[in-house]
Every structure is written in C-alpha cells, then in structure tokens.
Design a protein around this ligand. Structure first.
Ligand code: ATP
Ligand code: MG
Length: 242
C-alpha cells in the first residue's frame, strides 16, 4: 500500500532522510520510533507530499505521488494524516470540520456528507458534540474529531504523527482506543508514537529511526526484547527507564 524506494530528503545541506526503503502491505500497522530529530515526522510528511523529496520514488497503492493539482488533492484524501496539534478549523463546528473535505474533494452532497460525519463522530464517541466548536472540546475529544475528519475522506492509509503527545495523560487512552479499533478493522497505518503499550499490542511492525535512516525494522516482540543496534538499545533504555 505504501512503497518508498531509495528516498532521500534534504533541508538545504542537511540530510533529513537517507535512503529510505519501505514497503507497507495493506492492513499493516507500523509504529515508528526514534529519538527527536531522527526524521519520523519528515518520513510521514513525504508520504502525503507535505514535503517533496530530492530522490527516490514513493507510491501509494501502486500510484506514484502526484506533483500537484487535483491529483495531489486526491492523494491527500487517500492518505489521512493526524498531527500532534489537532489542526481543526477553529471557526467551524465539529460537524462542519468533518463534512468540509468530503464535500470539496470527494464531491459528496451535503446531506450525504453530514450523514457520514455523524456516523464517524458516533464511532469515535462524540456524536453529541457535533454542534460545538473545537475550543469547546477537550484535547482528547478534539483529536478524535481530527481522526473522524481524516476518516471521512475514506482514506486508504492513515498517518499519525505523535497523536497523543499533546494530550493530558487521562485523555491518551481514549485516542489510542480509537486507533486500535481502526487497526482491528484493517486500516493501513503508520504511527509515530512513543506509546509503548500501543506499539506492543497493536503494531504488526516497529521501525526504529536514527539520523534520518531506518535502523531497525522488526516485530514489536523482537524489537522490544532484543534490539540489535546500539542506538535502539540506548533509546529503549532511556524511554523504558521513566
Ligand atoms: N522545515 C525544515 N527545515 C529545516 N530542517 C528541518 C525542517 N523540518 C525538519 N527539519 C530537520 O530535519 C530533522 C528531522 O526532523 P523531524 O521533524 O522529521 O524529526 P522527528 O523525528 O519527527 O523529531 P521529534 O521526535 O522531535 O518530532 C531535524 O534535524 C529537523 O531539525
Ligand atoms: Mg516529529
């Protein structure tokens, strides 16, 4: 579903991604770990072309990423992304946040988009908040709206970049549970997260990045019990220590 071949990404002279080769089959859940600055967000952002790459090839469901225009808008709809900061439109109600994309990009009629939005809001447990504005919701609720909004586009792939790290601790689980449900339903997911419980329970595969490269690519079991690189051992030592 996601294929990256020989991808290199620079910010001026700085190489942020180095020779990334990655194939994610349909329905697989990949958790991406790694220290700050290792390129995890950049990896996500290249997959829906929020960042361009200097060399290499990226394809979603067999189709190379389009450069611009309508095809790019469609790609963005196919590849849903949920960020650390929820990025909801503050001046629009929850329902309107969820219906906007499907109406504009997928050309759904308003009534159909609203029906779908309410079903998705129900699925993430906040149908009763649909008339409110983002600022009137808790962080956990806002993030669940962000997930519903991405799902409203019927994406083929969902990318999550630290979706719970801006949340108060008591709200983390409600978001992780929505993500785990999505994984169970067979969504192809790439998740940057340091939630180790989620990685162990939900991930099919763990990628560990350091200095812009994928250093380890293993099952959660193998990664957590016997990491091979010193970078990963060091990382796990730090994060499991607290
Ligand atoms: N727009 C940009 N311009 C210049 N350098 C950038 C830009 N975005 C990212 N970088 C650099 O690329 C490297 C990788 O950044 P990235 O945000 O992908 O790391 P990350 O693994 O997501 O880190 P974190 O865990 O802190 O979110 C960092 O050194 C960062 O400073
Ligand atoms: Mg990041």
């Amino acid at each position: 579903m996601i294929r990256m071949e020989g991808v290199n990404k620079y910010f001026d002279d700085f190489q942020a991604l180095t020779d990334i080769n990655l194939e994610v089959p349909t329905g697989q859940v990949v958790v991406v770990l790694g220290p700050s600055g290792s390129g995890k967000s950049t990896l996500c952002r290249t997959i829906n072309r929020l960042e361009t790459v200097e060399s290499g090839a990226i394809a979603i469901d067999g189709v190379p990423l389009p450069e611009e225009g309508k095809a790019l808008a469609r790609l963005r709809a196919d590849v849903g992304m949920v960020f650390q900061q929820f990025n909801l439109f503050p001046h629009m109600t929850i329902k309107d946040n969820v219906t906007l994309g499907p109406m504009k990009v997928r050309k759904l009629k308003k009534a159909d988009a609203e029906k779908r939005a309410m079903a998705l809001l129900d699925r993430v447990g906040i149908a009763n908040q649909s008339h409110k504005y983002p600022a009137q919701l808790s962080g956990g609720q806002q993030q669940r709206v962000a997930i519903a909004r991405a799902l409203a586009m019927s994406p083929k792939v969902m990318l999550f970049d630290e979706p719970t790290s801006a949340l108060d601790p008591e709200m983390v689980n409600e978001v992780l549970e929505v993500m785990a449900d999505l994984a169970r339903e067979g969504m192809t997911m790439l998740v940057v997260s340091h939630e180790m419980g989620f990685a162990r329970k939900v991930a099919d595969r763990v990628l560990f990045m350091a200095d812009g490269a994928i250093v380890e690519d293993a099952s959660p079991e193998d990664f957590f019990t016997s990491p091979t690189s010193s970078r990963a051992k060091d990382f796990l030592g730090k994060i499991l220590a607290h």
